[in-house]
Write a protein that binds this ligand. Sequence first.
Ligand SMILES: C=C(O[C@@H]1C=C(C(=O)O)C=C[C@H]1O)C(=O)O
Length: 299
Amino acid sequence: MRYHVVDRDLRGLPPREQWCPICKLQHGLAIFSGCNLSHCRHIQEKLNGISLKSVREFLTREEDSIVFSLIERAKYPYNAPVYDPSYLGFTFHNHSLIELFVRETEALQAKAGRYQNPEEVPFFPEDLILPLVPPYKYPQELHPVAASVNVSTTIWHMYFDRVLPQFTSKGNDGKYAQTAEADLICLQALSRRIHYGRFVAEVKFRAAPKDYITAIKAKDSDGLMRLLTSASQEEIVKRRVEEKAKVFGQDVTLDTKGETTSNHSKYKVDPMVVYSLYSDWVIPLTKLVEVEYLLHRLD
Ligand SMILES: C=C(O[C@@H]1C=C(C(=O)O)C=C[C@H]1O)C(=O)O
């Protein structure tokens, strides 16, 4: 079967219009009226590679990155000077060392093409320089409005004000560059996971466009929240990350006979902290991103 797709713009964004080869209607991405929905969904699936299964697999793999990044950050004590704007003597626009570190690293990574990937969202987009590398043709599954859905500031404050003090020991070992680097890895993993809510929302929209279109047209945020929520899935996710914190965060040693011994009583990051991080922040923010994306999905 051949699909005739018109009006793909230069950045490879989703087609604004397309012909459905089955119902022969030309229609915008969001307007399915008069057309058999299953046919049009079929086209969408052919054009785009994401499914609920694939997005959930992505989120599951991101859990590993998040738990590992917290464990790596927990190697260092809190190291307060990293977050104190006066530590650099009010140079660099009164930025703290962490802010300077993130801004400069993001600028370098932008040059290397990191933010061409629609999965990656910078914390300081205003500082970014155009990539030096040739463009890579990433699949463009999202509606263009995805570019303006951004909860980076909330993630920043959540991480530094609420989460970091819970899993680091008090103290100062002077390893500030390593500390800032470890923070950045945590922030990037959290941001990637949370902003992936845009992809989750897209597959949910495609699976039940009629329901979502009604709620979107009514600007019904609560209705959208109800539609996209799966309480059972959330419970699985929370228990799984708690378990990962136990498995990844234990000391593994070998005794003289070469038998593995694990210390189950002491974990590098408290598994309850990881459970609460997901329960209080990661899942609610992912759902907020989903709703924000959906509210503008028909723009
Ligand atoms: C991400 C999803 O959407 C919602 C958010 C979830 C999450 O952030 O883990 C889990 C279930 C849903 O309530 C999903 O259905 O997988």
